[in-house]
Design a protein around this ligand. Sequence first.
Ligand code: ZN
Length: 192
Amino acid sequence: MTVLPIREMGDPVLREVARPVTPEELAGAEVQGLIDDMIETMRAADGAGLAAPQVGVPLRIAVIEVREGNPRYPYKPPIPLTVIVNPELTPQGDATFATNEGCLSMPNLRGDLERFENITARYLDREGNEREVTRRGLTAGTFQHEVDHLDGLLFVDRMADMRSLSTWEEFERHGKDDFVRRIEALVERVGS
Ligand code: ZN
């Protein structure tokens, strides 16, 4: 497995709409190797997820995982390793929550935005099995963030007010305590 370089904002691949993966491609060594490398790259960067365009490949594949004690996102509930191929998200209801996100492709930036509170995700796993899961709260937000990458969107595109854009250091200093309180209330309300 290889840790791949992560593409950063300004790279046109991050603005492309990625194309679906065919069953033959998914079963092949090239895409399976890409998935392994994406997992390795996400873990090396302490990310909560990584989409294929972020390593320069415009295919509809993303990996998501939050392990206990992730130093980048210590407040996120754990998410088991999930590989999503050709995902389709459907919001369950209109409820949204105010969250704050960062992105491996936007180094040292964070900002406030709204995400749907509950989503259903339909996707293929890496073996090509059809899956359908419902996710809530921050985990639902992580799914939405990764699927946005497959549509050429970055979290800043979802921000209603750019004044909350901050560096990680200033977020720690001025925004984090409030945010963590909000998130704890959210987890209590909707689970994760
Ligand atoms: Zn991202």
